[in-house]
Design a protein around this ligand. Sequence first.
Ligand SMILES: [Zn+2]
Length: 462
Amino acid sequence: MPPASRFALRARIVLPVSRPPIHDGAVFISGNRIAAVGPWRDLQAQADGPVTDLGEVILLPGLINAHCHLDYTGMGGAIPQQRSFVDWINWITSFKAEWDFSDFAASWLGGARMLLRNGVTTVADVEAVPALLPEVWQVTPLRVISFLEMTGVKSRREPALILREALDTVESFAGWRNTLGLSPHAPYSTTPELLRLAGAAARERGLPLMTHVAESAEEFEMAMLGRGGMHDWLRRNDRDMADCGGVSPVQQLERTGLLCDRLLAVHANYLTHGDAARLGRSGASVVHCPRSHAFFGHRRFPLEELAMAGVNLCLGTDSLATLTAPENPARSMNFIVHHLLPQNTSSGDAGPRAQRRWTPRGDGTDEVELNLFVEMRAFANAYRALAPEDIVRMVTVNAARALHRGGELGELIPGALADLTALPYDGPVGAAYEACLGHTGAVGGVLIDGRWAREPGAQGTG
Ligand SMILES: [Zn+2]
């Protein structure tokens, strides 16, 4: 049955995030937008369509995952922790080389199911295989902003050509519900010229930007001192290292003009004096990925420094390729054995290749999951002085602001898109934010664009 174009959802707690929690609240929906939000007693006289009483739930804005790589979901838990960041890059590169289109598509869609099951309605996703998009965008109700990944070290291709190709892809998707952005991968894996061109094009066309920056100690050492493991590895791969030495990775972004209010700067773990202020002045947002951060054992995320500088902070899951699955070492061992044994490295051998392939189900039975509730808990455990409300803001209003979609996503206000998540909860209204951080299992319902992507009360698969 097609959804009514006007309907109301009543819930014991409505959490608009940008306004105080509402006990016995309601959200009125008209088409794909929110028409009204308030106490049920104030709004009930205006109800002119069906009313669904969701009962003992917290109804809050759909969560926004500010950094993900859906097409790597199938690598979840398979890459063991490495001695260095460069070793990890080599692993993921070899993994990608063995995957075909259908591997990436299954991986992407499995990741999208995980996000929906876990209350995410919008994802800012880095896309390494743009050819997937027409197919996968049509299948998922998830709202996706796909940032086209651009690298420029090994391909030897002209930066202008790399950018032209990305902009052609952007133009080819004009008119779709989902949208695109640009993602020069990182300052170390691209050229200064590509960063400069991407920044200028994004500002000219109003596109969002995303890049990984200052993620590892090796990257910081390469930029600041012009030496180290990453420096030597990239020089061997014919990268022009003239931009390194005496600058920080954040300064590399500033010099090329990529540091601007359209940028989602992912990681920002290793900062030199003045970098937090540079980020703050530019209006760029920083995305922290707590479990990916722990996987690599990076130094403490400079939360206080960034917050003091007024930087808009968000949370992301990153990809499942940066999660270990300690509860299932056999899977990792299986991968290692089949990946490393010489008899299994020959191409065209479907046997071991099939064993390495993992199609994520996204139904809650996978050993590792893309899950912002787990990320929020990991973050809260590491930064106990933070209020739960501040952490929930990082996956709602802050992320919407980073994407220049404030007022439209990440909060429940009239005029916003009707993207909502319902969490089962029977506790006091005063502890609603704590309850969001503590939520486990599938959410109680997900509405996107005014339609149920997960019906209220749905359990298990979906
Ligand atoms: Zn990433």
